[in-house]
Write a new protein. Structure first.
Length: 135
Protein backbone atom coordinates (compact mmCIF):
# COMPACT_ATOMS: atom_id res chain seq x y z
CA UNK A 1 0.00 0.00 0.00
CA UNK A 2 1.52 3.38 -0.99
CA UNK A 3 2.25 6.02 1.64
CA UNK A 4 -0.09 9.00 1.86
CA UNK A 5 0.71 12.06 3.96
CA UNK A 6 -2.29 13.42 5.87
CA UNK A 7 -3.66 16.50 4.09
CA UNK A 8 -3.21 18.74 7.14
CA UNK A 9 0.46 17.84 7.42
CA UNK A 10 0.89 18.37 3.69
CA UNK A 11 -0.73 21.81 3.91
CA UNK A 12 1.27 23.00 6.94
CA UNK A 13 4.77 21.77 6.06
CA UNK A 14 7.59 21.62 3.55
CA UNK A 15 9.11 18.22 2.69
CA UNK A 16 12.75 18.06 3.75
CA UNK A 17 13.75 14.47 3.01
CA UNK A 18 12.75 10.83 3.22
CA UNK A 19 14.89 8.81 5.60
CA UNK A 20 14.80 4.99 5.63
CA UNK A 21 11.51 4.96 7.58
CA UNK A 22 10.23 8.50 8.05
CA UNK A 23 9.44 11.48 5.92
CA UNK A 24 11.01 14.56 7.52
CA UNK A 25 8.95 17.74 7.26
CA UNK A 26 9.61 21.37 8.19
CA UNK A 27 6.66 23.05 9.88
CA UNK A 28 5.87 26.26 8.03
CA UNK A 29 6.11 28.44 11.13
CA UNK A 30 9.22 30.61 11.28
CA UNK A 31 8.70 31.38 14.97
CA UNK A 32 10.23 27.99 15.82
CA UNK A 33 12.62 25.67 13.95
CA UNK A 34 10.22 22.71 13.94
CA UNK A 35 10.49 19.37 12.21
CA UNK A 36 7.97 16.55 11.99
CA UNK A 37 8.77 12.89 11.33
CA UNK A 38 6.09 10.70 9.78
CA UNK A 39 6.70 6.95 9.42
CA UNK A 40 5.94 5.99 5.84
CA UNK A 41 3.61 3.17 6.86
CA UNK A 42 -0.13 3.29 6.26
CA UNK A 43 -2.63 3.18 9.10
CA UNK A 44 -0.35 4.12 12.02
CA UNK A 45 -1.98 6.27 14.69
CA UNK A 46 0.00 5.53 17.88
CA UNK A 47 3.50 4.40 18.90
CA UNK A 48 2.40 0.92 19.94
CA UNK A 49 1.25 0.26 16.37
CA UNK A 50 4.76 0.64 14.92
CA UNK A 51 5.98 -2.80 13.86
CA UNK A 52 8.65 -4.31 16.08
CA UNK A 53 10.98 -4.42 13.06
CA UNK A 54 10.58 -0.60 12.63
CA UNK A 55 10.86 0.52 16.26
CA UNK A 56 14.66 0.88 16.42
CA UNK A 57 14.75 2.76 13.10
CA UNK A 58 11.94 5.05 14.26
CA UNK A 59 13.73 5.96 17.49
CA UNK A 60 17.03 6.31 15.66
CA UNK A 61 15.55 8.72 13.15
CA UNK A 62 13.94 10.78 15.94
CA UNK A 63 17.35 10.93 17.64
CA UNK A 64 19.11 11.87 14.39
CA UNK A 65 16.70 14.67 13.50
CA UNK A 66 16.83 15.94 17.10
CA UNK A 67 20.64 16.08 17.10
CA UNK A 68 20.81 17.78 13.70
CA UNK A 69 18.17 20.37 14.63
CA UNK A 70 19.89 21.16 17.92
CA UNK A 71 23.27 21.44 16.20
CA UNK A 72 21.91 23.74 13.47
CA UNK A 73 19.97 26.03 15.78
CA UNK A 74 21.83 25.99 19.09
CA UNK A 75 18.48 25.43 20.78
CA UNK A 76 18.26 25.74 24.55
CA UNK A 77 15.84 22.77 24.65
CA UNK A 78 14.21 20.35 22.24
CA UNK A 79 10.55 19.47 22.63
CA UNK A 80 9.76 16.03 21.19
CA UNK A 81 6.12 14.97 21.16
CA UNK A 82 3.50 12.91 19.37
CA UNK A 83 0.03 14.24 20.09
CA UNK A 84 -2.18 13.34 17.15
CA UNK A 85 -5.28 15.06 18.47
CA UNK A 86 -5.79 17.08 15.28
CA UNK A 87 -4.04 14.77 12.81
CA UNK A 88 -4.61 11.06 13.44
CA UNK A 89 -1.61 9.90 11.33
CA UNK A 90 1.32 9.04 13.61
CA UNK A 91 3.84 11.87 13.52
CA UNK A 92 6.48 13.16 15.91
CA UNK A 93 7.22 16.84 16.42
CA UNK A 94 10.80 17.94 17.16
CA UNK A 95 10.76 21.63 18.07
CA UNK A 96 13.84 23.73 18.80
CA UNK A 97 13.09 25.98 21.75
CA UNK A 98 14.83 29.06 23.05
CA UNK A 99 14.36 31.00 26.27
CA UNK A 100 12.38 34.04 25.18
CA UNK A 101 10.82 32.47 22.06
CA UNK A 102 7.19 33.36 21.28
CA UNK A 103 5.80 30.62 23.54
CA UNK A 104 8.54 30.15 26.16
CA UNK A 105 8.21 28.36 28.54
CA UNK A 106 4.81 27.06 27.42
CA UNK A 107 4.19 24.52 24.63
CA UNK A 108 4.10 25.91 21.10
CA UNK A 109 0.62 24.56 20.33
CA UNK A 110 -2.27 26.98 20.28
CA UNK A 111 -0.31 30.16 20.92
CA UNK A 112 -0.72 32.83 18.28
CA UNK A 113 -0.76 32.33 14.55
CA UNK A 114 1.93 30.64 12.50
CA UNK A 115 4.30 32.98 10.68
CA UNK A 116 5.11 31.27 7.35
CA UNK A 117 8.69 31.13 6.17
CA UNK A 118 9.63 33.20 3.16
CA UNK A 119 10.30 30.49 0.53
CA UNK A 120 14.02 31.27 0.26
CA UNK A 121 14.46 31.07 4.04
CA UNK A 122 12.60 27.75 4.18
CA UNK A 123 14.74 26.34 1.37
CA UNK A 124 17.95 27.41 3.10
CA UNK A 125 16.94 25.75 6.38
CA UNK A 126 15.80 22.61 4.56
CA UNK A 127 19.11 22.40 2.70
CA UNK A 128 21.01 22.70 5.99
CA UNK A 129 18.78 19.97 7.48
CA UNK A 130 19.36 17.72 4.45
CA UNK A 131 23.14 18.14 4.74
CA UNK A 132 23.03 17.32 8.45
CA UNK A 133 20.81 14.29 7.90
CA UNK A 134 22.98 12.97 5.10
CA UNK A 135 26.02 12.28 7.24
Amino acid sequence: MPFHLHERLAADTWTVKDLALCRVLLMNDSRYPWTILVPRREGLRDFHEVAKADKAAFQGEIDLVSAVLKDLTGAHKLNVAALGNMVPQLHVHVVARFEGDAAWPKPVWGLGEAVPYPPQEAELLMERLRKGLHG
